[in-house]
Design a protein around this ligand. Structure first.
Ligand code: URP
Ligand code: ZN
Ligand code: ZN
Length: 466
């Protein structure tokens, strides 16, 4: 199958020009003006942007959490991603205590098998790392799982100590892996949570009040120091606060290879959402929590000047009230105890919409910056470039035709994520994916999904480079 996309304004992280793109099979075969080719299908993209498919490097499909599972699985979640113009996700396989890393990887590959509608990679979450398991890290990198997430939070579940983090960091200096850190001071937070509950403070807002930004700033500072001692790069996931971002900026100013992502919830929502009436604040319970509004502009600015390098979603949806698909209401698990509210918010479908509006339309970002943050930098950081993350001859034909004029309203009534609410409900936005190609296949056209679950491939990733 071949496709000719004519007259589109092609945007990469560095280029911006009008030309035709010829896609043959899974790859971009030619780019030029008035290409003299015959294609099976021709699309006129005049007046539209043609951008590389989005890459969301932080999703949790089907994640077991707090006695339930994230309500999107690899099928529903990747279809929703595609509707939003994202053609690659990197999800997280969890190595539980006592498990071999291979077991974790196999479990998550099985979850995705026959379901993923777009290409996907996997990071590995490490919950322990005895010395004898270190060679397993090398084996994961060899199999294309070249990044690992460790936590300084969630004691008793995911949290590891500093020595374990240091050991993992050091090993990546030998095997080319890359460490991603969830940075919050879990021990202190645990104490604050128990104290609040003992005082009868059970409402959703206490989730945020028991996880102060200082606990994130401290842990971010600490893990960057560990990476500095180990002499390796580090990536801080879901940066939520000005304070945590400042730790990354300061390290980068000293020349250290410290990187960070933030997520739409930290750019568009605020602590005020936790104060919504009744139990509604539970919709926004995620970790780190959403901060005071004053943090937002610092994060936007950090994205503009490369103090933060990527925007992911940390997509981890749990149903709120009516339930959707096989899932009943899930956030209600914490109706009488905020610490039992499953942590996470949906977002994989709306990342590009939100960033286009908040970044390009409202803050005057170039389209190049938008592409850099949503596709190119994620591809480079996580070993997918130049196969993914750009539009170039020889790259995978993961291409989005973006209609910059489309005006519409975000709503759970029309979104494709398998969750019964949308944190951005009612937001009027401009810009939408008109057509989406994944390795040359037209997977989305307007409101129609044209691919089939299972078409997505597991991506064996290389090592990071930025
Ligand atoms: O609240 C969140 N972020 N849930 C997903 C797990 C994680 O820590 O990323
Ligand atoms: Zn996390
Ligand atoms: Zn996460």
């Amino acid at each position: 199958m071949s496709t000719l996309i004519k007259n589109g304004r092609i945007i990469t992280a560095s280029d911006d020009y009008v030309a035709d793109i010829f896609i043959q099979g899974e790859k971009v075969a030619a780019i030029g003006q008035n290409l003299p080719v015959q294609a099976d299908r021709t699309i006129d993209a005049a007046g539209k942007y043609v951008i590389p498919g989005g890459i969301d490097v932080h999703t949790h499909m089907d994640l077991p959490f707090g006695g339930t599972f994230a309500s999107d699985d690899f099928e529903t979640g990747t279809i929703a991603a595609a509707f939003g113009g994202t053609t690659t996700i990197i999800d997280f396989a969890v190595q539980y205590k006592g498990q071999a890393m291979q077991q974790a990887l196999d479990t998550w590959l099985q979850k995705a098998e026959g379901k993923a509608a777009i290409d996907f990679g996997l990071h590995l979450i490490l919950t322990e790392l005895p010395d004898e398991a270190l060679p397993q890290m090398d084996e994961m990198v060899r199999q294309g799982v070249s990044s690992f997430k460790l936590f300084t939070a969630y004691p008793g579940v995911f949290m590891v100590d500093d020595a374990t983090i240091y050991k993992a960091l050091q090993r990546t200096g030998e095997n080319g892996g890359f460490i991603c850190m969830h940075a919050e001071n879990g021990s202190v937070i645990d104490l604050m949570v128990r104290r609040m509950l003992a005082e009868g403070k059970t409402a959703p807002k206490y989730h945020a009040l028991s996880r102060p930004a200082t606990a994130e700033g401290e842990a971010t500072h600490r893990v960057i120091a560990l990476a500095e001692m180990a002499g390796v790069p580090i990536y801080i996931v879901h940066v939520s606060s000005h304070l945590a971002m400042e730790q990354i900026r300061e390290a980068r100013d000293r020349g250290l290879p410290a990187y960070g992502e933030t997520c739409p919830q930290y750019l568009f929502l605020s602590y005020d959402n936790y104060e919504e009436p009744g139990f509604d604040g539970a919709k926004y319970v995620c970790s780190p929590p959403i901060r005071e509004k004053s943090n937002q502009e610092h994060l936007w600015q950090a994205l503009a000047v490369d103090d933060l390098q990527a925007v992911s979603t940390d997509h981890c949806p749990f149903c709120f009230k009516e339930g959707r698909g096989p899932y009943p209401a899930q956030k209600v698990l914490g109706l009488n105890d905020f610490s039992k509210i499953p942590n996470g918010v949906p977002g994989v479908e709306n990342r590009l919409h939100l960033l286009y509006n908040g970044g390009v339309l409202q803050r005057g970002w170039s389209m190049n910056r938008f592409v850099q943050l949503t596709s190119t930098a994620p591809a480079k950081l996580f070993g997918l470039f130049p196969r993914k993350g750009t539009i170039a001859v020889g790259s995978d034909a993961d291409v989005v035709i973006w209609d910059p004029q489309a005006r519409w309203t975000i709503s759970a009534a029309t979104h494709h994520m398998r969750v019964d609410y949308n944190p951005y409900e009612g937001m009027e936005v401009q810009g939408k994916a008109a057509q989406v190609f994944s390795r040359g296949r037209l997977v989305v056209e307007g409101d129609r999904f044209l691919a089939k679950p299972g078409d997505g491939q597991f991506l064996k990733r290389g090592t990071h480079a930025l």
